[in-house]
Design a binder for this molecule. Sequence first.
Ligand SMILES: [Cu+2]
Length: 262
Amino acid sequence: MQAISSTPQTVQRPQLVSLSRLTMIALVGLALALIYAQLALVRQFDLALTVFAGLMLLGSGLVASGWRWTPLVGALLSALVVAGNSGPVIYDLTHPEPYHNFAFMVIAVALSLVGCVSGILATTQNYRGNERRAPRATTSYLALLTGLCAGALLIGALPQSAGAAVSPELLASLPALSTPGMYFDQTTLRAQVGATVALRLDNPHGVSHAFDIDALNVHIPVVAGEQSLILFKPEQPGTYSFYCGLPGHRQAGMVGTLIVEP
Ligand SMILES: [Cu+2]
């Protein structure tokens, strides 16, 4: 047991165990990642990201205070970032095509994992009070996690190099479909059977969107502030629904109809 006086005036705060420091590093890393997401991915003020970043810094400060239970709060906060955004997290991790978003999410999830596990272990050590150093395997686990992240980032980068490239001039000359908010600016598109459909997908909105038609196997992501090329050739006449595949966006009204005429 640790020597902690029971009189409130002379309470001795325990020294930080190594894992508490690791929890703090993960929390600060997550805060920086959220700030980065706001600057580089969303490119506009986002209240949720700002609140989460503030919470991470607050959590890190709390862990630094040295109270025994605080790493557990750090662990919960680390887990909250990912669990509270599970939809976008799963979407970004399974869609490496907007690579910037994918890479960001891989690193954020890794930091969250580190913060969560180290926070729980640090709390356990704090209450047992007989071991202050991190377990020997910590370095190996961190190295393994870094390796897994690097592998995921490398694999995620592969389809990009194989993707079709189109010049900005050509892209600019195409008719556009835009996502100015949680909607498409056109809800009806028309096409001819056997004729190639080429559209520019403009996304002036501060969040990622996508143009998806399941029946035609068309899935075109577009990150915030960017443009993408929509290119497909319908072979069957009919009415198809297009939508944005980002979690919750379809339900929010990002849907439309493609009419393919014979
Ligand atoms: Cu969307």
